[in-house]
Design a protein around this ligand. Sequence first.
Ligand SMILES: Cc1cc2nc3c(=O)[nH]c(=O)nc-3n(C[C@H](O)[C@H](O)[C@H](O)COP(=O)(O)O)c2cc1C
Length: 365
Amino acid sequence: MTLTELKIGHLTAKIPVIQGGMGIGISLNRLAGTVAAEGGIGILSTAQIGYTEEGFQRASVRTNLKAIKTQLDKARSFAKGGILGFNVMVASFRYEDVVKATVEAGADVIISGAGLPMNLPELVGNAKTKIAPIVSSVKAAKIILRNWAKKYNRTADFVVIEGPKAGGHLGFKANEIDAAILGMDDEIVKIIAHVKTYEEQFDTKIPVIFAGGVWDRADIEYYLNLGCSGVQMATRFIGTEECDAPDDFKARFLNATKDDIHLTTSPVGLPGRAIDNKFTETITKGVDAYKAQPAPKTPIIPIARCLNCLQHKLCDRKTIPYCISEALLNSVEHNTDMGLIFSGTNGYRINEITTVKAIFDELRA
Ligand SMILES: Cc1cc2nc3c(=O)[nH]c(=O)nc-3n(C[C@H](O)[C@H](O)[C@H](O)COP(=O)(O)O)c2cc1C
């Protein structure tokens, strides 16, 4: 089977691979720009995107909004005209402003999950930026597409399905994961069939992309054969020179075995998949006692101060076991012991640090 191009409206990616957005600081300009140059779609994560910029500690929100354009411009400078965009979490603090900043910066695409992006069409308006919701079930696909059609008379430009083998926060409850792994292929087929009804209604193509545990060419072909138009891969790109994370973060993947990757509790209220370390051990040990406390609770890991990553209505300091920004920042600021190191189920398969080009050469072969 030859890999066909991925067409999203006026955009064409030579290789039907989207590099999944990874926050904080894992997919920034270097990784995304290189993926775009290789013919895939490069995605920068907006989560605390300005964390290395001066002023971040003083004014995180303003610094992040500014860094959106700086990072995209840098990525464009070596993307050879390739496709670039952002992953914006719906749960983000000032989600609306973040989305608008990505559009103003000139994003080709926005992929938005960790909640359903109900008002995304309105935020993007008439801009050329193509938009995709992330869904994990046909139920979620039905809600978001119905809502967009009814409220905005428009549909998604593409849809990303994120399955239960993905890294980061998952769209499944912890006790649903095993069943979701078994039932995912059926769910994908149902989502594709549902999306088709909107293709007919709006007389357009809506590519469906699958994410979660995709590793090699055989995996890509598998999902194309199921009816997907492409895949989104994230964890695999951590094992590259161009991945924006520091070497000690990448080393955690080189040293991990299959038994070192588990689900962990997150303040976001969704389970997250991560590599075991002192941090996850501390959380696992403390979580039952933490849950048993009445509010206001004492967090398992003391919280220094709020860095405004999530909407405050979703992240109440009185009821969170730790600060997600602090944990993710630790993992990229040389405190990988006490950092949250998100990984897909395949994270242990990173055995060397290679290049984005080498991965694309292999996928193209
Ligand atoms: C380190 C890491 C950070 C991630 N951060 C985000 C994020 O900020 N927002 C998001 O929607 N998904 C995030 N994800 C999920 C990825 O974008 C992707 O959909 C998923 O990991 C795909 O599965 P794979 O890693 O097995 O390829 C993250 C994943 C990893 C491994």
